[in-house]
Design a protein around this ligand. Structure first.
Ligand code: MN
Length: 416
């Protein structure tokens, strides 16, 4: 049975009870350092308002660590170590934080989250983004292609995706500079160049690959838990005007590659066992390689906040294509997985207007402005706007777990 008590004081409604134990990379903020070592990046595990310094735990020999993978400056080596190591390390951390006999030794290895700076948790290898919400795909189809059926003919047969830009995946808190580029409204005769006037977000959930696969082989639909280590929140910033002009026929390019923000904490799949639900029924039944063997829907409640106002509550459980199907699809041609691959769900939108995961949908392409708590209105994002994603899910033993904030602030376009 999982232990649900800890000697660490965990505030009520914390994202990080002992049933969560997500991994990140942190260093101590300059002003809070008490020794020369504080600036070093190290692996941390969130518990309540604290972070357990895993490099200190490993250095003290409180956890077996054959290859010093827990003393690395990114999670990649640990991610590559595979399911049995992930489970062993999690079990040991749970012991250290729940058994009072360890308190004296381990308490000194806690860093207050307020004293810590969180870094990108892993080196992102390849980044793939899907399009798995039927409500989002229908809304975007209606807005971008009003004269065609909302769903493209392939949509119910395969999880549509594109390869994104791994090098511009940034950690929560990183600023996002408004992109410039070409845009051409349908009524204009020629394109113009300038800062995007339709800067948007996409509220998504991302899956982090640990165990790689060999090129020329396929990852079967039943093997997701062997390859996927955990889950992050993703904001796939999107410049709709640049996107609309460039995307035919090869898909998203500069309208999305300027920045993708992820949450700093990677929540292990092991912490999400109680959140697993059946995905929605699929019609028609997909081809055999995409037929679900287990429940890989996740019961996550997402919240999208703009400058402190909650503007949407997208439900992840309604996503039509689930992570197991996405992983099977992205390797069905023999493409290999690398440690640090990130594949994101696509914008999470539910059927109700208050559940839409982008401003494109919330404002219906600018037709219906949204009013924020300060009385101002938005269709798309303005310079200075801060967007924060949060999510919570059922944890083990009746707890609730969260992901921390996935936040970013829009800075003005760079002008010459
Ligand atoms: Mn996206």
């Amino acid at each position: 049975m999982p232990r649900t008590t800890t000697w660490v004081t965990v505030p009520e409604a914390s994202d990080f009870p002992i049933t969560n134990l997500p991994y990140g990379i942190c260093c101590v903020k300059e002003a809070c350092r008490t020794d020369g070592d504080g600036g070093r990046r190290r692996i941390g595990v969130a518990i309540g308002d604290q972070i357990l310094d895993l490099s200190a735990v490993a250095a003290r020999g409180l956890i077996d660590e054959p290859s010093q993978m827990l003393r690395a400056e990114s999670l990649n080596e640990f991610l590559a170590s595979g399911r049995s190591e992930w489970d062993r390390v999690r079990t040991r951390i749970t012991e250290l934080l729940s058994e009072n006999s360890y308190r004296g030794a381990v308490e000194k290895m806690l860093i207050a989250q307020s004293d810590a700076e969180l870094c990108l948790p892993f080196e992102v290898a390849d980044y793939v983004d899907f399009y798995a919400s039927i409500d989002h795909a229908s809304n975007v189809g209606a807005l971008f292609r009003p004269d065609s059926p909302a769903l493209p003919p392939n949509w119910r047969h395969l999880p549509i995706g594109y390869h994104g830009r791994a090098g511009t995946v940034v950690v929560s808190g990183s600023e996002v500079v408004r992109p410039s580029g070409q845009r051409k409204p349908p009524e204009a005769e020629a394109p113009t160049y300038g800062p995007s006037q339709r800067l948007d977000i996409e509220a998504e959930v991302g899956f982090v690959v640990g165990t790689p696969s060999v090129r020329g082989t396929q990852v079967g639909i039943g093997d997701v838990a062997e390859h996927v280590f955990g889950v992050v929140l993703v904001n796939d910033w999107s410049a709709r005007d640049i996107q609309a002009w460039e995307y035919v026929p090869l898909g998203p390019f500069l309208g999305k590659s300027f920045a993708t923000t992820i949450s700093p904490w990677v929540v292990p799949l092991a912490a999400l066992k109680a959140a697993r639900v059946a995905g929605p029924a699929q019609d028609p039944q997909p081809l055999p390689y995409l037929r679900r063997a287990e429940d890989w829907g996740l019961d996550l409640d997402i919240e999208v906040e703009c400058n402190g106002t909650v503007v949407s509550r997208p439900p992840f459980r309604s996503m039509y294509w689930t992570a197991d199907q996405q992983l099977a699809h992205l390797t069905v041609n023999g493409a290999s997985l690398r440690t640090g691959d990130l594949f994101a769900s696509g914008t999470v939108s539910g059927p109700d207007p208050g559940q839409r995961g982008s401003f494109l949908e919330l404002s219906w392409s600018g037709r219906d402005p949204i009013t924020l708590d300060d009385g101002s209105t938005r269709t798309f994002l303005e310079d200075g706007d801060t967007v924060t994603l949060r999510a919570s899910a059922p944890g083990l033993d009746g707890t609730r777990i969260g992901f921390g904030a996935c936040t970013g602030t829009v800075r003005p376009a760079v002008t010459d």
